[in-house]
Design a protein around this ligand. Structure first.
Ligand SMILES: Nc1ncnc2c1ncn2[C@@H]1O[C@H](COP(=O)(O)OP(=O)(O)O)[C@@H](O)[C@H]1O
Ligand SMILES: [Mg+2]
Length: 239
């Protein structure tokens, strides 16, 4: 049965997980499908004088994809320290409870046909004692979408992540190449083809560096929808 829940991880932080999540939500919306988003744990979240939190990824997607759910459900755990969830939770004396994450996930899941769940950093970022962030994907039975870089080193990073997933019974749905770093070495042209000689995991998207994405500050939803249909293979994702 095709997946209805996708967990977005990346070969590194700042690789474009949030941006890819946004394009995926818009690609689902364009198909007339109702898709929700969750960012179970976020770190580096500052707190305002009135106690409200400056959620980053959740707020961005809520605005840019027009999501209705409130930010406390989208992101049940927000920490101020810009560290891994485990390190931040220890520093701030608040334990992350997996059941709480699952509870909020199921609440959101019941509102939508599809769910996009964004991890924090990469697969093996510590979540809590004896748990990694990628374990959430297993608990919610998600298909993992791995966001990878475009330039030199991408084959190594991508294959290592795929290998970990495969040997730990984590379903891997596909790879999305995203040139967030504006890499332009020679390998950018041949990496996708070479990568596919070494793995049977499909490439579900290949996004170039987008100057306009930064210039427009993600405010132009029509342009973003255009980008989503151009660069994301939604038919393949729907199965
Ligand atoms: N294809 C792209 N072209 C240009 N900028 C991008 C692209 N993908 C992501 N970015 C930018 O790179 C930065 C990191 O992306 P983000 O989605 O927040 O990464 P992550 O969620 O993995 O930390 C953001 O400023 C984002 O707007
Ligand atoms: Mg992010």
């Amino acid at each position: 049965m095709p997946n209805k829940t996708f967990f977005i991880t990346g070969v590194d932080t700042n690789i474009g997980k949030t941006f890819v999540s946004l394009l995926l939500l818009l690609a689902f919306q364009q198909k007339g499908l109702n898709a929700g988003y969750m960012k179970p744990v976020e770190t580096g979240v500052t707190i305002n004088k009135d106690g409200s939190k400056n959620y980053l990824d959740g707020r961005r997607l809520k605005i840019d994809a027009g999501l209705l759910a409130n930010l406390e459900i989208i992101t049940p755990y927000a920490f101020q320290s810009p560290l891994s969830p485990y390190a931040a939770s220890k520093l701030e004396n608040k334990t992350i409870c997996i059941k709480e994450i699952l509870f909020k996930f199921y609440e959101l899941n019941s509102m939508y046909d599809y769910m996009i769940v964004e991890g924090a950093g990469g697969m093996l970022v510590p979540l809590k004692k004896n748990h990694f962030v990628i374990d959430i994907a297993r608990y919610i039975d998600a298909g993992v979408i791995l966001v990878t870089k475009a330039g030199l080193g991408m084959i190594n990073h991508t294959l290592l992540n795929i290998e970990y997933a495969k040997s730990h019974e984590i379903k891997i749905s596909g790879i999305i190449i995203n040139n967030a770093l504006n890499e332009n070495d020679e390998s950018v042209l041949s990496n996708k083809k070479t990568l596919l000689e070494y793995t049977d995991v499909p490439v579900l998207g290949d996004i170039p560096y987008l100057r306009t994405e930064k210039d427009l500050n993600l405010k132009n939803r029509d342009l973003l929808k255009e980008l989503a249909s151009k660069y994301i293979d939604i038919e393949n994702i729907l199965g």
